[in-house]
Ligand binder design. Structure first.
Ligand code: C2E
Ligand code: CA
Ligand code: CA
Length: 875
């Protein structure tokens, strides 16, 4: 689907986190900067508040206070509460200082400068008014002092006569006038006190001169009234003087009241200016300063609030952003993970078509891609498996059919096989039992089929078996019977039902006859023969097994009797079969019990007068002391398979023995060992032999393997094994040469080193007419192929005489030596020279001129020996 197209560029986890945190960082930094600027502004405002507006405010207030102080100082001086004008000067100086301070601290712009200038002008005026008031006060005080001084003088003028009047009579009148005058003067004083009051009374309005003037007028009137009297008593100068002084008091009173009135006026003026200046300070300085302070305060509060708000906003934005990033991350991770988990579960549950939707963070997206690719591969693989499975099933079905056919039929001949035979037989027996009838089994075995196989090849052998089957199937003689192939060259015919035992005997003979007629194979007519064994139910067996055993025993007897025979079962055959069985059983135990022995028969060379080799021959010592020869048990051993164990034992024992000779008394030791067909074809024969040679330290050249022609005809594997043997350095001898079919051709085809001429040819070499020629030609042929030759079964000197004509032919036979126990071999080898010389001398020279081919040395030896014998017998 999208397996390979999985290369999307979705940003990865790290990138996403990076972007998220970068955004967060930017927001935090920006917010921080903003908040910082806000708080900086707040700080500046606060600073301004502290460093500018508050001092300005203080300076303003101070200024207002100094003005007020000044006013108080002036007023207090003017009202006489303070007597020192220096207080006023100090207060004035304080105003100047406050103005300077204010200018230094609070004046920052031109409008303030302008206000200040105006204020300065007003203050200037105010101070000049103050100064004038002070001066006026001083003047008033001076005038007041002057007034009281004059008043005192007048008072003293009036007092003086009164003190002296007591001294003379007539003074009563004078003192009355004087008292009147004193009272009038007191009244003047009281009226003035009433008018000017305390020195604090400066207001001109409240001064009314009338009362004083009235009192003064009363005094003047009293003066007038008492003038006459006074002139008499006091003298005229006194009266004149008193009037003058009174006039002076009145003048002083007028000046004083005018000054007081002036002072009142000036004081009002000063107060008015004071109010104006205070108002100005209040409106121009204090209120703006208060306003500025309030404004600055509000600004600071606002800046702080602003900073707070920004901080809160930043926190909110950071929170929201964090939440957003978290949600985004969770969504881009959790979603794909959930999808992957679900898909994995489905896949694990077997739904192979599951695919994961793509998306999410890069890593999970590529994981999803990989998952899909895997699922696709699984799907493909499953398809493949399913297809394969279907094919397999079809093949299994086909094979099952074949196997069923195979299970019940023999693949070569298509006849029913052993299995089907048993089924059929059981059914036939059941039928016969139910019907109370008879049925019979015939065992048919081809005579010498092994020879056909060996000599004409297995393919030909197969054709023979097929031809036999065809005949069993098609020939009318077998109509109504059931034919099966048991295996190998054994066939079975079931006759169901049969009337009598005689009828089955007739049937057996028919079989023999049918197979005496030639079989057409590859356009050739082949003549064969068969042996037959027959058994009848219920006479010879009550079940299929018993019946087949009976037929087999009958067949065995036919074979024993010499082929092309038919035998009907008799009970004594079972006894023979069971003794064969016992033999087989004891054979199996023979190795364990150590009942086998190898004896060694020398092969000698008359050219060198030495023992060339010894052939190992098997003997079986049975517990009853009887020695059983190989011919009596080898066939059964081969049939039962025991031959393999026996052969292994022989090989091992022979090599072990030869190794002893080789290492002790006989360095040229050679042992010839007979090897059976199954042994050589086992596949591991050569390796086994090599292992044994290594184990016992025997050189391969000390061993010769003897094989019969039948072994050599078994095919390519055997030939390969022989080549291996030759490569190893082991000699190979062809045994029993001259008895088989195609002996001469095999000589060239096979990697042989020796030919052993069979006893049957040697037997008549001294008597027969053709044997000598055959032996001669075999010897000649072998020589030309580079093969050594051994003549077997030499029993008589005459036979030896014939053989001695040929140089280098080795001789084996009872004449030279019977098979000897191993222990006797070293002695034989040691004495062989003398022994062979004796044999040679005893051998008659045949009446023919074959010496041309013989060895000169042998001839010379013979001549010399014969001469010696003649001399000896003569002597
Ligand atoms: P073979 O290989 O041809 O062995 C020679 C046989 O001829 C031996 O018989 C030997 O005793 C006999 N023989 C030797 N010289 C004479 C003679 O001058 N006159 C007569 N009449 N016979 C002579 P044996 O030992 O009974 O062996 C019979 C056969 O059994 C052997 O024939 C061989 O084919 C087979 N055989 C013997 N030992 C073994 C063995 O260890 N393994 C296998 N596979 N076969 C063996
Ligand atoms: Ca042999
Ligand atoms: Ca032989």
């Amino acid at each position: 689907m999208n397996g390979a197209a999985a290369q999307r560029n979705s940003p990865g986890m790290a990138v996403r986190m990076g972007i998220g945190f970068a955004a967060l960082a930017i927001v935090v930094v920006a917010a921080n900067l903003l908040t910082q600027s806000s708080s900086r502004e707040a700080r500046i405002r606060m600073h301004q508040l502290v460093t500018q507006h508050e001092p300005a405010m203080r300076a303003t207030e101070l200024l207002a206070a100094t003005i007020h102080d000044y006013e108080r100082a002036v007023v207090s001086y003017a009202e006489g509460r303070s007597r020192s004008a220096r207080t006023v000067q100090a207060a004035a100086q304080k105003i100047s200082d406050a103005i300077a301070d204010y200018q230094r601290i609070a004046v920052t712009d031109d409008s303030q400068q302008a206000s200040l200038l105006q204020l300065k002008d007003d203050l200037e005026l105010y101070r000049s008014l103050g100064d004038a008031l002070v001066k006026q006060t001083a003047q008033r005080q001076a005038l007041q002092q002057e007034y009281w001084a004059r008043f005192q003088i007048l008072h003293a003028q009036l007092d003086a006569p009164q003190k002296s009047a007591t001294r003379f009579a007539g003074g009563v009148f004078a003192s009355e006038a004087l008292l009147d005058l004193s009272r009038a003067l007191n009244d003047v004083r009281e009226r003035l006190f009433d008018t000017i009051g305390s020195p604090a009374r400066v207001s001109a309005k409240s001064i009314s001169a009338t009362a004083v003037a009235t009192a003064e007028a009363a005094f003047a009137a009293a003066m007038q009234r008492h003038a006459g009297n006074l002139i008499k008593t006091q003298g005229e100068p006194w009266v004149r003087d008193t009037n003058t002084q009174f006039a002076r008091v009145v003048v002083a009173r007028r000046s004083l009241l005018a000054a007081i009135e002036e002072l009142g006026r000036r004081s009002a003026e000063f107060r008015d200016q004071g109010a104006a200046v205070s108002g100005l300070v209040l409106t121009q300085l204090v209120e703006p300063a208060q306003q500025a302070l309030t404004d600055a305060d509000q600004l600071a509060v606002r800046a702080v609030a602003n900073a707070d708000r920004q901080l809160a906003l930043t926190s909110a934005v950071v929170l929201v952003l964090t939440l957003f990033i978290s949600v985004l991350t969770v969504v881009s991770v959790a979603g794909p993970v959930r999808r992957l988990t679900r898909a994995t579960r489905e896949l694990a549950g077997g739904s192979i078509r599951t695919r994961v939707p793509r998306g999410g963070v890069g890593e999970l997206d590529s994981l999803a891609g990989a998952f899909n690719a895997m699922a696709e591969q699984l799907e493909t693989a499953e398809g493949e498996v399913r297809r394969h499975h279907a094919q397999l099933e079809a093949r299994v079905e086909e094979r099952t059919r074949e196997l069923q056919q195979l299970a019940n039929h023999d693949p070569l001949t298509q006849l029913p096989n052993r299995r089907q035979l048993f089924t059929y037989l059981d059914q036939a027996i059941d039928r016969a039992r139910v019907n109370g009838s008879r049925m019979a089994v015939l065992f048919i075995d081809l005579d010498n089929f092994k020879t056909i196989n060996d000599s004409l090849g297995h393919a030909f052998g197969d054709r023979v078996l097929q031809a036999v089957s065809d005949r069993l199937r098609q020939n009318t003689a077998f109509a109504g019977t059931f034919s099966a192939r048991l295996g190998g060259d054994e066939f079975t015919v079931v006759c169901d039902p049969v009337d009598s035992v005689e009828a089955i005997q007739r049937m057996s003979l028919t079989v023999l006859e049918e197979f005496q007629r030639s079989l057409p194979i590859h356009g050739r007519d082949l003549r064969i023969s068969v042996s037959v064994g027959a058994a009848v139910f219920p006479d010879h067996g009550k079940d299929s097994q018993a019946l087949l055993r009976a037929a087999d025993a009958a067949l065995f007897r036919s074979k024993e009797l010499g082929r092309s025979r038919a035998t009907l079962f008799t009970p004594d055959l079972i006894e023979a079969a069971s003794s064969r069985f016992r033999l087989e059983q004891s054979l199996r135990l023979a190795i364990e019990r150590g009942e086998f022995e190898l004896v060694y028969q020398p092969e000698v060379c008359f050219e060198t007068l030495q023992t060339h080799a010894v052939e190992a021959l098997l003997r079986w010592h049975q517990p009853d002391g009887q020695v059983v020869m190989p011919a009596q048990f080898l066939q059964i051993a081969e049939q039962s398979g025991v031959i393999m164990d026996i052969s292994d034992w022989v090989l091992q024992a022979a090599i072990q023995e030869a190794a002893q000779w080789y290492s002790r008394t006989w360095p040229q030791a050679r042992v010839a060992i007979n090897v059976s067909a199954p042994q050589l074809m086992s596949g591991s024969f050569v390796e086994g032999l090599e292992a044994l040679l290594n184990k016992y330290g025997l050189p391969p050249a000390c061993v010769e393997i003897e094989l019969t022609e039948t072994v050599l005809q078994t095919g390519a594997t055997t030939v390969a094994a022989l080549h291996q043997l030759r490569e190893l350095g082991v000699s190979v001898a062809l045994d029993d040469f001259g008895t088989g079919f195609s002996s001469l051709t095999s000589l060239e085809r096979l990697p042989l080193s020796r030919v052993k001429i069979d006893r049957s040819l040697i037997a008549s070499i001294d008597t027969g007419t053709r044997s000598p020629a055959i032996v001669r030609s075999i010897v000649g042929l072998s020589r030309s192929l580079g093969l050594q030759v051994t003549a077997e079964g030499v029993e008589r000197p005459a036979q030896l005489g014939h053989l001695l004509a040929d140089r280098g032919v080795q001789v084996q036979g009872f004449l030279v030596a019977r098979p000897l126990a191993a222990a006797k071999i070293p002695a034989f080898v040691d004495n062989s020279r003398q022994h062979l010389q004796d044999l040679m001398l005893a051998a008659p020279i045949p009446d023919m001129t074959l010496e041309v081919t013989g060895g000169a040395s042998v001839h010379a030896l013979r001549t010399a020996t014969i001469k010696k014998r003649e001399v000896t017998s003569d002597g």
